[in-house]
Design a protein around this ligand. Structure first.
Ligand code: NAD
Length: 266
């Protein structure tokens, strides 16, 4: 892999498992120093940091609940203390609290909105403040880069997951509005919308042959996504290779958003 992120500092939220883990590893492989946020599974985040450090890069694990303003501030302070500043922030943390609409509790709704949407708002806001405070650095053409982890469900409705789909739809317009607001400062804000990626969040959808067959009917490209697929997309969006890419959602979904049901039935 090219060292397109050499000399840069990245923070990835929710990086103790799944997509965040893969993104943190990929950014480190591309030369970045990485702060690995976790909310649970500290040991997995610590292990990832140790394995990155073994390759000669810098990394450390930092606990924080992204829906808690004070914890977000403490996390950014810790990153600044360790690395001086941050150049790339990946707002990745997210969760599901699934229920049919009639049974969904306000607590289910609020938890998903607080982590998935307010969590990305707080993470992105602290990132923008730090980019503006610190000013340009010779490591990148942009003042800073923010990547919001969205989902194909920012555009595909999802019965039984109204809170999750609403949070991802919210991320789409938050990302675009923020991108419009801060682009004049040369801050690039974009999103990645993964399709079905093999992680703990959707284990039920891939851990049996029957479930996987059913899932693959929704994926024209015919395979489930892996965390590396998202890692490579994040490296590109974080690097100067994508310097003119602003306010865009990159769908990394094997064609899930192509309405595969219409392929032989339209
Ligand atoms: P995951 O469950 O492995 O990872 C989610 C991460 O978010 C975990 O590390 C978890 O600890 C963290 N998290 C949860 N609550 C948190 C909080 N309050 N504060 C900080 N961190 C918190 O699942 P994943 O699939 O890797 O999901 C990562 C992101 O990708 C999520 O935003 C998810 O919506 C999105 N996504 C995943 C898929 C997929 O197919 N796996 C598809 C589309 C979008």
């Amino acid at each position: 892999m090219t060292q397109s992120l050499k000399g840069q500092v990245a923070l990835v939220t929710g990086a103790s498992s799944g997509i965040g883990f893969g993104v943190a590893e990929a950014l480190a492989n591309a030369g970045a120093s990485v702060a690995i946020n976790y909310h649970s599974h500290a040991e997995s985040a610590e292990k990832l940091a140790a394995s990155i450090e073994k390759t000669g890069r810098q990394a450390f694990a930092i606990g924080a609940d992204v829906s808690d303003e004070a914890e977000i501030d403490a996390m950014f302070d810790a990153v600044k203390k360790r690395f001086g500043t941050v150049d790339i922030v990946v707002a990745n943390s997210g969760l599901q609290k699934d229920a049919s609409f009639v049974d969904m509790t306000l607590a289910d709704w609020n938890t998903v909105m607080n982590v998935n949407l307010a969590g990305q708002f707080l993470t992105a806001q602290r990132a923008v403040r730090e980019f503006l405070r610190r000013g340009p650095r010779p490591v990148s053409k942009a003042l800073g880069k923010i990547i919001c982890m969205s989902s194909v469900h920012e555009v595909i409705p999802w019965a039984g997951h109204v809170n999750y789909a609403a949070s991802k739809g919210g991320i789409q317009m938050m990302m675009k509005s923020l991108a419009q607001e801060v682009a004049p400062h040369r801050i690039r804000v974009n999103a990645i919308a993964p399709g079905a990626i093999r992680t703990p969040i959707n284990r039920d959808a891939w851990d049996s042959k029957e479930a996987l067959e059913k899932l693959l009917k929704l994926v024209p490209y015919g395979r489930i996504g892996e965390i590396d697929d998202i890692g490579r997309a994040a490296v590109w969006l974080a690097s100067d290779e994508s310097d003119y890419v602003v306010g865009t959602t990159l769908y990394v979904d094997g064609g899930m958003t192509l309405y595969p049901g219409f392929a032989d039935n339209g």
